[in-house]
Design a protein around this ligand. Structure first.
Ligand SMILES: [Cu+2]
Length: 138
């Protein structure tokens, strides 16, 4: 019983090995290792693509460059008010709470095209006007 099974397994393994070897060379003629160059470029390209969005916070507003291309987005926050504020990308990360007259950054990661709401989460601030729409375009 074990011998026919073994033959079958060997046949499958052998044909897979031939198939893989052919696939590695058939389109470009290059062996697989040359594609590692393309892999190395990916993280660098992603970080270069991050857009910086300047946002001013105050009583009671969130204002700034609210139109960015899709990709990595970093919010550069400046509290121009006289009390503390923060910013949350709704459904995403929350910044630290900024004291009056201070700055901070919030990396919100990769954003696809669409609209995103930004709010201050301190009690009452959103309802008082600290809400803005960030528009991400392709
Ligand atoms: Cu606030």
């Amino acid at each position: 019983m074990s011998r026919p099974k073994l033959v079958l397994v060997l046949f499958v393994l052998t044909s897979c090995a031939f198939g893989c070897a052919a696939g590695a060379y058939d389109t470009s003629g290059r062996p697989w290792p040359t594609t590692s160059q393309d892999k190395d470029l990916t993280p660098e390209a992603a970080s270069v693509a991050s857009s910086k969005v300047n946002l001013d916070l105050g009583e009671f507003f969130i204002e700034g460059d609210l139109l960015v291309p899709a990709g990595g987005v970093i919010l550069q926050l400046a509290n121009k008010g006289v009390i503390e504020h923060n910013v949350r990308l709704v459904g995403g990360p929350l910044s630290e709470t900024l004291p009056a007259d201070s700055t901070s950054q919030l990396d919100v990661g990769q954003l696809a095209a669409g609209t995103y709401q930004l709010i201050c989460e301190l009690p009452g601030h959103k309802d008082a006007g600290m809400v803005a729409t960030l528009t991400v375009v392709k």
